[in-house]
Design a protein around this ligand. Structure first.
Ligand code: GTR
Length: 326
């Protein structure tokens, strides 16, 4: 009896080896957002689709709410292979992959559809290649809307309103430059620290899209939201490049398909959540203002672009390509 079992086990192992079926890969994924947020739902769906499309050969355990660390740390983790995947905003990736930084130039995109048209073209290809070279291969793009300024005390209508204001930004020289050129004091800080910093006056303001402004509760402590829409930055489902390259072509296709399906879901959820979040904060008493003339904000960004081109002269054509994309 024992012999029989042993024999059939040996047979099964041999078969597995011969047919090249590896044992399941268990991946770990990072996400900064809370339960119910579009990205959280879509990353969970990505995990489900991964199992389905790979017949369980790849499983993904998602860690939401930034429990595995801040975004800059998690970006490093995925690059180094400590984590396999993450849902990242390209803002904190720019300092690592220069081509990915083009999307963080203020006002570079006209609107979100323009951003997606660029990402779906050769411009997107160049950005993706630059990221993959640095160890972060983007499998699909998520929507993160447009970022606008918010603060306590008064609305922002002109750059003069930003003078002297302490504004939290994500870690990236383009963002510190952006605030400095408007006359404010930039304060790079982890996302998780912003609520307390706004509440205690360590910073006067910050900037983000509707869903993050609402989900973090920042609106409770910074009640003026001014529609500057100065940054339109995509997000990725990014995978460690070596992990992806080690997969068979069939597995690569399955992983990419799962990511793309997740992204389509995220974009639908995003559109809904933007409206829901806006209504929620307005109902809570947030004062929202349109900025009648954004040109002075755009003009103030000229030195930010110059500094970027000085460090990355070879990326000027990519920026021009984006600007020329209809
Ligand atoms: C959110 C974005 C996060 C993070 C955050 C921030 O809109 O989805 O990945 O970048 O902004 O401001 O740090």
């Amino acid at each position: 009896m024992f012999n029989k079992i042993t024999k059939s086990l040996v047979g099964a192992v041999a078969l597995t080896v011969i047919s090249g079926v590896a044992s399941a890969d268990n991946w770990r994924g990072w996400n900064i957002h809370v339960e119910g947020y579009p990205n959280t739902i879509a990353m969970d769906r990505f995990a489900e689709l991964l199992s389905e499309k790979t017949d369980g050969e790849i499983t993904l355990q998602m860690f939401h709410g930034g429990t595995l660390g801040s975004q800059p740390d998690a970006v490093e983790q995925v690059r180094l292979g400590g984590l396999e995947v993450g849902n990242f905003n390209l803002g904190p990736i720019g300092p690592i992959a220069a081509s990915a930084n083009v999307v963080s130039l203020p006002f570079v995109f006209k609107d979100v559809p323009h951003m997606f048209r660029v990402l779906d073209s050769e411009g997107g290809q160049a950005i993706a290649e630059g990221m993959a070279e640095k160890g972060l291969l983007p499998l699909a793009w998520y929507d993160a809307g447009a970022r606008s300024f918010y603060n306590g005390g008064k609305p922002i209508n002109t750059p003069a309103d930003v003078v002297g204001m302490k504004v939290r930004v994500m870690n990236n020289d383009l963002f510190t430059g952006m605030i400095a050129e408007l006359g404010g004091n930039p304060s790079p800080m982890a996302f998780a620290e912003v609520y307390q910093a706004l509440k205690t006056g360590v910073v006067d303001g910050a900037e983000n899209n509707w869903p993050s402004y609402e989900s973090t509760g920042h609106y409770e402590v910074a009640g003026y939201y001014s529609l500057s829409q100065h940054l339109i930055i995509p997000e990725c489902i990014c995978i460690n490049t070596d992990v992806y390259n080690a997969l068979s072509p069939e597995m690569q296709a399955a992983v990419t398909e799962a990511a793309k399906e997740s992204a389509l879901m995220q974009r639908d959820l995003w559109a809904e959540r933007e409206a829901v979040s806006r209504t929620a904060v307005e109902d809570a008493g947030v004062v929202v203002n349109e900025i009648a003339d954004k040109a002075p904000f755009q003009e103030a960004m000229a030195p930010v672009y110059e500094a970027y081109f000085e460090t990355n002269p070879d990326l000027r054509p990519l920026v021009e390509l984006i600007q020329a994309t209809e």
